[in-house]
Design a protein around this ligand. Structure first.
Ligand code: CU
Length: 128
């Protein structure tokens, strides 16, 4: 378990380094408590909807996206922010986002979950 945590931390740090060069700071982790000082945004997935489907974030403000699924294995992916996580049933997952650019960015399910999966998406609007 100890090594597992260490490996997760290292992977997270690598992810942060890679993301920093792309203008976004991103990390994903699983089965850990929310980071208390971060704004928590709960996103629930079910075939074939994310709720909420529209999220507004502030540029430069780090948030903790808490992910869960009501039915089958889902994915949460924000390609423009180099962020993604699986969402296994019965688990709560977390993705940390610090958007560095204003605009509207798509998020989507990237784990095939049935007919309708192709339209399972939402938007993140980043404002100043
Ligand atoms: Cu899907």
């Amino acid at each position: 378990m100890r090594m597992n945590k260490l490996a997760q931390s290292l992977l997270g740090a690598l992810g942060l380094c890679a993301a920093a060069t792309l203008g976004f700071a991103v990390a994903a982790w699983a089965d850990s408590p929310p980071v208390e000082h971060l704004k928590l945004i709960k996103v629930s997935a079910r075939r074939f909807i994310f709720s909420p489907a529209n999220i507004t974030l502030k540029k430069g403000e780090t948030v903790d996206i808490e992910l869960s699924t009501e039915d089958v294995l889902m994915g949460f992916s924000v390609p423009d922010m180099q962020a993604r996580s699986d969402i296994p049933p019965g688990q709560v997952m977390h993705v940390k986002l610090t958007p560095q650019k204003t605009g509207t960015f798509e998020f989507l399910c990237d784990v095939f979950c049935g007919s309708g999966h192709e339209n399972m998406n939402g938007t993140i609007t980043v404002v100043d």
